[in-house]
Design a protein around this ligand. Structure first.
Ligand SMILES: Nc1ncnc2c1ncn2[C@@H]1O[C@H](COP(=O)(O)OP(=O)(O)OP(=O)(O)O)[C@@H](O)[C@H]1O
Length: 209
């Protein structure tokens, strides 16, 4: 569950301000946020992830007002409850696929069943490359690993920043299907920001910035 109220942000004192429309998502609800380049989509996503702090308004995730947390508390909260999907892989190149997922779990400091990693690898068709180093993966395998890394710690919210903008139609569909499936399997809210209108039909909730 996620709720924002009168969220406002400025990068610097004298710069232009952002005032974002309120978001209210119940359990397992997904949201697609659309808007032209530069309108503030990534800024909103970073506010929701606690990577930026609002100058006004509030964000509540599963009943917790995140602005009341200390910096350390917010880091811990993010590590445990938020899954971030980026356009480019953030995997550690010197580690294997499995080791990257183990590292993500280690940093989340959450007690999660040992079977989660093999199950996830199976679902995302990564079992065959589980011991490979990141540099040896194909683009498609890297994208699927990015999704695996965003859900392995069973977050409450998955935030995806332009996950499909550089993909052809076929890969665009399969990445979105995997994300939606993984969000559902984890009982998580999925919020995707994009200017890629191809994925609009996959969402019932959309917000135009
Ligand atoms: N760190 C920063 N410092 C100052 N201004 C920034 C910073 N990051 C982004 N901006 C500005 O804030 C505005 C919104 O940027 P943001 O990245 O949120 O837009 P966006 O809608 O995600 O754009 P795009 O679709 O092109 O990725 C832009 O004008 C951008 O130049």
């Amino acid at each position: 569950m996620i709720r924002t109220n009168n969220l406002a942000f400025k990068y610097d004192r004298n710069g232009a301000g952002f005032n974002f429309p309120d978001i209210s998502l119940g359990p397992k609800e997904n949201l697609l946020i659309l808007g032209k380049s530069g309108i503030g989509k990534t800024t909103l996503l970073h506010l929701l992830a606690g990577l930026l702090s609002p100058i006004d308004g509030s964000i509540e995730i599963d009943g917790i007002p995140t602005q009341t947390l200390s910096n350390r508390g917010l880091d811990r909260f993010r590590g445990q409850n938020i899954g971030l999907v980026f356009q480019k892989s953030h995997a550690i190149r010197s580690l294997s696929v499995t080791e990257n997922l183990q590292a993500r779990l280690f940093f989340a400091k959450k007690a999660i069943s040992r079977t989660v990693i093999p199950d996830l690898l199976e679902h995302l068709d990564l079992t065959d490359c589980k011991n490979q180093k990141i540099a040896t993966l194909s683009e498609g395998q890297l994208q699927r690993l990015g999704i695996a890394m965003s859900v392995v710690h069973q977050p409450k919210i998955i935030l995806a920043d332009e996950p499909t903008s550089s993909l052809d139609d076929e890969n665009c569909n399969s990445v979105m299907e995997l994300l939606i499936h993984q969000a559902k399997a984890n009982n998580a809210n999925l919020i995707v920001i994009t200017h890629d209108h191809r994925i609009k039909p996959l969402f019932t909730n959309t917000l135009m910035l």
